[in-house]
Write a protein that binds this ligand. Sequence first.
Ligand SMILES: Nc1ncnc2c1ncn2[C@@H]1O[C@H](COP(=O)(O)OP(=O)(O)O)[C@@H](O)[C@H]1O
Ligand SMILES: [Mg+2]
Length: 273
Amino acid sequence: MDLGPTTLAGLGGSRWHVRPLRHHGAVRGALTLRKPAGEPLKADEERLLGDLVAQTGLVIAHEAQRAELQSAARRIVTAQDAARRRVERDLHDGAQQRLVTLGLELGMLAQHAEAAGDAELASRVKGARSQLLEATSELRELARGLHPSVLSQAGLPEALGTLADRSPVPVRLDVDLNCRPPAEVEATAYFLVSEALTNATRHAGASLVTVALAHVESGLRVEVSDDGKGGARLGDGSGLQGLADRLSALGASLELDSPRGGGTRLRTVVPCA
Ligand SMILES: Nc1ncnc2c1ncn2[C@@H]1O[C@H](COP(=O)(O)OP(=O)(O)O)[C@@H](O)[C@H]1O
Ligand SMILES: [Mg+2]
């Protein structure tokens, strides 16, 4: 195949003047100029075509770089999620199980001490056991923050249900999914809802939060609205900015609508196959 400037005979006696567009040595497309047969390219037309080829080449190069950056960011998010899931599983199957067994053992010890009439020992063992239970529940919270096991095991509707159940502000859930989204999309939707519920509780003084998820043509639409005081701003804290970064790695953007006195609405559509 000839990759240099080419002139082709076309229909109706016209001529196509073709200039290949290259990126990293590979031909990515071509610019063509059609002229009547027998009319050669004038010098300024040649120059114009040359300039267009150069500029279009730059646009192609930028687009290729943007796509490379995007997929690198996506790979980072996916790898981070996988690492968090692994640590969560290790904590769950390892430390948490051992602490639960230890708790049972301390409970039995306290009973023995009581039966033996050693009230002081019994009360000290009970004290140690209740500290152990607190530490276990702190560890469980930490693991859940890393990656909730209910999400990987049961999917988004169940995981969002547990978020709603734990939320101090009442939540109306409207989840309408006809298939399971990819893991990184699920995790992103989960973290968005989790952050929005925390914000509604911590900053908004809201009395109701509405969470709506649905598949639309371009992906998974996630929308969370509260009826609180509004005035949220990206970049004033780390939560919303972190979400915006995560979404942009997946080719989505975070829409924030939060007029003062008018509640807060977060919305995005995460592309997914
Ligand atoms: N739902 C909300 N209602 C009112 N204000 C909010 C809401 N969400 C966030 N904000 C405000 O926007 C800031 C940025 O939010 P965020 O990035 O989540 O940071 P933070 O870590 O403080 O929660 C918050 O500090 C808060 O002042
Ligand atoms: Mg926050």
